[in-house]
Design a protein around this ligand. Structure first.
Ligand code: PLP
Length: 274
């Protein structure tokens, strides 16, 4: 029955050497995402504790219900300034942000061109989306161009990439993608999870480091930050042009994981700015 099936699957994984075991970390940190060591930064730890003491620990509900706080809008404004965009919208994790982006912005008839090495959250978002998906070889602009030319789309076309790839540690040719999207009228979606806080003179990521303002590089910009900040709060940002309150991303409506210490993100941005 079900238990037998699970046991069988576990045994198969064990035999194939694929069974993973969770272990608390020890020794030097050469593999986490705490690139800037923000998880233990004294200012952030202190502000986090203060915010919990003042506001409590739980969100009390989704933002649409009783879970919103004035501080969240302030954080989003601050982050939009940091990234140089019109708006920013926070989600409680990068995973949710990518699912929201891929399901909210796309419609039936759209085609999403996705780099082969994109993160699982982008892939899952595309699977939930009504759009069709075309996977192109990793960082291959020529192949992407060919696939775009030969794939008809009744609706809009999106090119979805990471700016710094989490698995391979290499960079996307963002300027080439931007030029291709400009020429074809497609929208470029860039996941900056591993680049924010690290690249660009202001630390806002590889789009900044590529030398353009976001609006300059792509028409419709959606991206997520940030691996560097994540270990502290596990909050991600998604920036997009549509007003957050008019969009149907269900995570702002049906998910209540927006804890008050999110306002500490302002302090995190200040630390990065320094
Ligand atoms: C490129 C990329 N995007 C999104 C995510 C998901 O982020 P989170 O762990 O906050 O859900 C990850 C996580 O590793 C990632 O590497």
């Amino acid at each position: 029955m079900l238990e037998d099936r699970v046991r069988r699957r576990l045994a198969e994984w064990q035999t194939a050497g694929l069974l993973r075991v969770l272990r608390p970390p020890s020794g030097f940190d050469l593999s986490s995402n705490d690139y800037l060591n923000l998880s233990t930064h004294p200012l952030i730890v202190e502000r986090f504790a203060r915010a919990v003491t003042r506001e409590g620990c739980g969100s009390t509900g989704s933002r649409l219900l009783r879970g919103d706080r004035a501080a969240f809008a302030a954080v989003e404004r601050r982050f939009a300034e940091f990234k140089g965009t019109e708006r920013a919208l926070y989600f409680s994790s990068g995973y949710l942000a990518n699912i929201a982006v891929m399901t909210t912005l796309t419609e039936s008839g759209d085609v999403v061109f996705s780099d082969q090495q994109n993160h699982a959250s982008l892939i899952d978002g595309m699977r939930l989306s009504a759009a069709s998906r075309v996977v192109f070889p990793h960082n291959d602009v020529g192949a992407l161009e060919r696939l775009m030319a030969e794939t008809p789309a009744a609706g809009h076309r999106f090119v979805v990439v990471e700016s710094l790839f989490s698995m391979d540690g290499d960079f996307a040719p963002l300027a080439d993608y931007a030029a291709l999207c400009r020429a074809t009228g497609a929208s470029l979606v860039v996941d900056e999870a591993h680049a924010v806080g690290i690249y660009g003179t202001r630390g806002s990521g590889l789009i900044e480091a590529a030398g353009g303002s976001p609006d300059d590089i792509v028409k419709m910009t959606v991206w997520i930050s940030d691996r560097a900040l994540r270990p502290t709060l596990n909050k991600y940002w998604v920036e997009m042009f549509p007003d957050p309150h008019s969009r149907p991303a269900r995570h702002t409506v049906a998910h209540g994981d927006f804890t008050p210490p999110m306002q500490v993100q302002c302090d995190i941005l200040a630390v990065i700015g320094d």
